[in-house]
Design a protein around this ligand. Structure first.
Ligand code: ADP
Length: 398
């Protein structure tokens, strides 16, 4: 039995889960939000008991110290030396990493260098790593990359039709995100189909605040909707997804905003929030849609329409789709979103959908299609923290 910590360090938050092998029982699950503030929110859940406090957590070093103190205080662990492996979520692995890896000086340097492709994420992820490395002397560390699973894409799928030299000089190409989730959900869906991942074609719809789709053929991603950044692809909670790129300079001119301000609008004030003027939370949009609010209805229709277009294009590339899997907050919980998407794609995919069941279930692993459905539909709750811990165990051999 060994204890493994799964870590997701963002610029102002730290999330972690402490597991015990071999069953990967969760011993503690916590998060620290608003790092850098006097009133950071610190929570830890152990054995179903949630402890919450508001304290000053001024930097990542303090956040890691707080997390480890809480782990010692509330979980059944005698000494921090018991934590032998730490898995870190790293957003960008570029073209270097197509698998999770044990950290070495070279690996850490490569991730530092990749910060230019993910300036908001990689530095924060690395800060988490440095602090845990200092605090947990006897642990080994593994990096798990959001981009890794998508590295199987062929050049015809990942290249943009820009001058080739931009790819060579500036590394501009499609990378994709949420890879850990896509991998877990695709493999789990193959299991639910009773098939080897090598024998099935699956479309994964990861619909959370950020959202991306992937087309997985024989266990390999052939295409995904996010690109060079997480801004592209489908419409999201506050992000635009794909928009004609020439709109950007036009809007700079029209609005008088500077490029950083306008890209902030694309990232933080668009998507469901921007179109509806109601909320970025799918629950609010669903409620307003059901109440007949016209802009909420438009938002819901656009959201489904844009996802359905990706599903259609993936159907063409895959040739045959064995299953569609819905995951993440919206995919797992929002019956209205799932229904509207399936209504659009069901005829082309030969889906016989169980609408009654869809309306009843939330957040559980379940098949939503009927036995005679050509393409099956599932909800597969994602568990990125668990995949990070499992990769850590496998790679460290602990
Ligand atoms: P993140 O991308 O931040 O990890 P999540 O996967 O947790 O996001 O998804 C968060 C989103 O899921 C919320 O913004 C909300 O829109 C949606 N969501 C969560 N619960 C429900 C629910 N019960 N009904 C509809 N949507 C939900």
């Amino acid at each position: 039995m060994s204890k493994i910590l799964s870590v997701n360090a963002g610029s102002s938050s730290l999330k972690y889960q402490l597991y015990e092998t071999p069953e990967f029982d969760v011993l503690a699950s916590g998060q620290i939000e608003r790092i850098g503030k006097e009133d950071a929110i610190v929570t830890i859940t152990t054995n179903g008991d949630k402890h919450k406090k508001t304290v000053s957590v001024l930097d990542h070093q303090a956040a890691v110290a707080t997390a480890l103190e809480d782990i010692l205080k509330y979980s059944e662990i005698e000494s921090l030396d018991e934590i032998v492996g730490v898995g870190h979520r790293i957003v960008h692995g570029g073209e270097i990493f197509s698998e999770s890896v044990k950290t070495t000086d070279k690996v850490v340097q490569d991730v530092e260098d990749l910060s230019q492709l993910a300036p908001l994420h990689n530095p924060a992820n690395l800060t988490g790593y440095y602090e845990f490395k200092k605090a947990l002397k006897s642990a080994e560390h593994v990096f798990v990359f959001d981009t890794a699973f998508h590295q199987t894409m062929e050049a015809k799928a990942f290249m943009y039709p820009l001058p080739y030299s931009y790819y060579e000089k500036y590394h501009v190409r499609k990378y994709g995100m949420h890879g850990t989730s896509h991998k877990y959900v695709a493999n789990r869906t193959a299991e639910l189909l009773g098939k080897n991942p090598k024998d099935v074609n699956i479309i994964v719809c990861h619909l959370g605040n950020g959202a991306s789709l992937s087309a997985v053929k024989a266990g390999k991603v052939i295409d995904t909707s996010m690109g060079f950044t997480p801004l592209s692809g489908v419409m999201m909670g506050t992000r635009t997804g794909d928009v004609d790129p020439a709109v950007f300079p036009y809007l700079l001119e029209q609005t008088g905003l500077d490029p950083q301000e306008l890209i902030d609008v694309y990232n933080k004030e668009s998507g469901m929030l921007g179109v509806s003027d109601i909320s970025n939370d799918a629950r609010d949009i669903e409620e307003a849609t059901e109440a007949g609010v016209p802009r909420a209805i438009l938002t819901s229709e656009m959201y489904a329409y844009r996802i359905a277009n990706f599903i259609g294009s993936y159907l063409i590339q895959l040739g045959r789709v064995d299953a569609i899997a819905f995951t993440a907050g919206i995919g797992e919980y929002d019956k209205g979103v799932r229904r509207r998407i399936i209504e659009i794609v069901s005829e082309a995919l030969g889906i016989v959908f169980d609408y009654e069941l869809n309306a009843k279930v939330r957040g559980v692993e379940v098949e939503l299609s009927k036995p005679n459905s050509k393409t099956k539909v599932f909800i597969v709750p994602t568990d990125e923290e668990l995949v990070i811990a499992q990769d850590t165990q496998r790679i460290l051999g602990i």
